[in-house]
Design a protein around this ligand. Structure first.
Ligand code: NAP
Length: 318
């Protein structure tokens, strides 16, 4: 259940800053959080504040922090959630200035980057091991991560980039993101086989799971990788046979931003800084398609949950 509440303003502890939030990005993980898929709320008083990413202005510094300074416009990734709030505290390792070497980024665009772009860097580069000239297939091509991954695949020098969507009405929204072709997820193996002349692709980004994961393995070129990073379809756990993998030169890789934040936090900060720089330089688009007031957070969740959203939805606090 989502409910608007008055809570005490949080104060930053050592290594943190407090950010007055201008915009918060909405992610599918927050739908899962609300549905209780990450466990029952365990915040003070049994209340959890969702929200993985925000943009705003630094209003207070915790012990040991001198940068970013008070007044600095920033974007922040929030691994422990909390972004659907007027003020949030954030670990400085996941906070980056909107003033980049390539210019300053508008917070109404920046708020959609901190979770989605490090995820796109991670699934393509770290888990997917994408090399220049390799071909990619991106499931949920018109979603938040899909928008980012297509553009980033181009930046990273991918060869051909294909995408799938759940409904034909979404295909027009993927124009200009760098896709060579986007087709329906249903029956995608036939179309992909056709357009690749039977070779398949080198990397598949799969947040859907179940039969789609299994079919994605089938369309891999030799030494291809399927990157599993979500379970949109809420399918039963599907297991692959190691025998089948080594007998057919195929790989399944996994990516999780929360685990990366715990074990390699500096990498998230680097990816966020790079995404902000690319946005300021006009090399990528933020993918923001809708900005709703906080009071309409439930509607934002409905759009994601029913698969009718596209691009990135933000909540506004201004
Ligand atoms: N592992 C990680 O670190 C990590 C980090 C960020 C996000 N993710 C995952 O990436 C995925 C995308 O996240 P996002 O925030 O960018 O969401 P999103 O793609 O903007 O929205 C969800 C989209 O998923 C698709 N979908 C496919 N099957 C669905 C189903 N059964 N029910 C509802 N939607 C379905 C829908 O589009 P189509 O039907 O057109 O495909 C829908 O629009 C999620 O699974 C999320 O958990 C993982």
């Amino acid at each position: 259940m989502l409910e608007e509440l008055d809570l005490p303003e949080p104060a930053p502890t050592a290594g943190e800053v407090a950010v007055r939030v201008a915009f918060a990005g909405v992610n599918f993980a927050e739908v899962q959080h609300r549905r209780g898929e990450f466990g029952a709320p365990d915040g003070p008083g049994g209340v959890d504040v969702p929200g993985l990413e925000v943009a705003g202005v630094v209003v207070a510094l915790g012990a040991g922090v001198s940068e970013p300074a008070v007044g600095e416009p920033v974007a922040a990734y929030l691994p422990a959630f909390g972004g659907y709030a007027e003020v949030v505290t954030a670990d400085v390792r996941f906070v980056r200035s909107l003033r980049t070497g390539a210019g300053e980024v508008d917070p109404a665009e920046a708020a959609g980057l901190p979770c989605v772009y490090p995820t796109a860097f991670g699934v393509l580069g770290d888990a997917g091991r994408l090399r220049e000239g390799e071909d990619v297939l991106i499931h949920s091509a018109a979603g938040g991560v899909g928008f980012a991954a297509a553009q980033l695949a181009r930046e990273l020098g991918a060869g051909r980039v294909y995408g799938t969507v759940g409904g034909a009405e979404k295909i027009p929204y993927t124009a200009g993101l760098g896709y060579d072709e986007v087709f329906l997820r249903e029956g995608f193996t036939e179309r992909l086989t056709e357009v690749t002349g039977g070779r398949g692709v080198d990397v598949v980004l799969d947040p859907v799971g179940g039969p789609i994961r299994e079919q994605s393995l089938a369309v891999l070129a030799p030494f291809g990788r399927v990157v599993a990073y979500g379970d949109l379809g809420r399918h039963q756990q599907w297991t692959a046979s190691v025998w089948d993998l080594w007998k057919s030169n195929r790989t399944i890789a996994g990516f999780n931003i929360g685990d990366l934040a715990r074990r390699s936090p500096e990498r998230i900060g680097q990816y966020l800084a790079e995404a902000l720089r690319l946005l300021a330089a006009g090399r990528i688009r933020s993918g923001v398609t809708q900005i709703l007031p906080l009071a309409e957070a439930a509607e934002a969740h409905r759009l994601l949950e029913t698969g009718t959203g596209r691009g990135k939805i933000l909540l506004s606090f201004t």
